[in-house]
Design a protein around this ligand. Sequence first.
Ligand SMILES: [Zn+2]
Length: 401
Amino acid sequence: MKKSIYDISLLPSLPPLSPDEKRLLSTSVDVDQLYSLSDEVRQCTSCVITNQRPRIIIGPDGVCNPCRYWEKKSSSIDWNEREALFKELCHTHRSNDGSFDVLVPSSGGKDSSYVAYVLKEKYNMNPLTVTWAPALPTEIGFQNFHSHIQHGLNNIMATADGLIHRRLCRSSTIIMGDPFQPFVYGQVNIPLRIAKAYDIGLIVDGENGEVEYGGDDSTEDLTGFTRTESEIYWQSGMEVSDWLDYGFTPQELNFYKPPREAVQVQRVFFSFYHNWRPHDHFYYVSEKAGFHSNPERSECTYSRYASLDDAIDPFHYFFALLKFGIGRATSDAAHEIREKIIDREEGIALVDKYDRTAPSAQSTQIFLKYTSLTPSELIAICKRWTNSRIWSNNPPPKINF
Ligand SMILES: [Zn+2]
């Protein structure tokens, strides 16, 4: 299976780094202070997550906030009552003239495809899916994206100007320690624009990641995020317009911005109304929507069915490893333990085996080509974002070139 369906040798070179960006390469970030991390590492006694992931809190009983929420999901949330609310919501928005009545932000991945199909099949809605294109589509992600359309869904894909998107990815890697920030802007804002253009009054996002996977559990009772919450939790406090300070023009940032005027739309999480179980979604879309898992495990983890669509994503996870000491295998194992797919012992073994590893040499070459960074610039950016406390005894894994 090819990493990217696009021949990366065709990518034009980007302009060199700005003097400000060059200067940042030799400065370190105080990651602990930036993310308010505790210097005492505590691991949840129920899963494998630690309090080094931002906003994870290990309680006096040794259990993390998402594990507590998952326990609550199976014990005290009345899902029938929640589903009744969802049916009411659908009833309010259902069209009777054939027009689209619900918008589902979707990559063609297992979770978003599941939401779109269930809305269509079970709730008798007329969904439009909208996809903010990955930076560099993978072969498996592209197949799944087309499968979700070929099995009965309408879709609009929005793709940003490659020269701008690549520069934004590179700048956000340097400035925020994450190449995925520009992807987040599109994911959050393009659905608002499309909803406005097609006069759709309801957007159904998949899950509230803050409570499902770990974060601020004060958001537990929110049916969806307002603009303020989306800035805090989805956009890491960095608005699109903030990039004007880093050499981007209003014209270059236009596609990433929310609509100029407020949109009359209700935006909710499917997971507020339904017991969110990603493994069940995988079975559902495999059967009904031609979804395929990757024949090989994803890099730096053991799983084969999550987050498959972008060839630059190994570096999104790698920067999280440098900052928090938590890699992709920890995140995957933590929620599979909560979902009772694996037990904690298996989770610990999988984390030991896969978590503290660097992306493959092939993925590094793709990332370098995509960002027009040199190997020494990439090494400097990794050093800038390496948490010196977490990696004081063992150096982080070396980048494979
Ligand atoms: Zn836990």
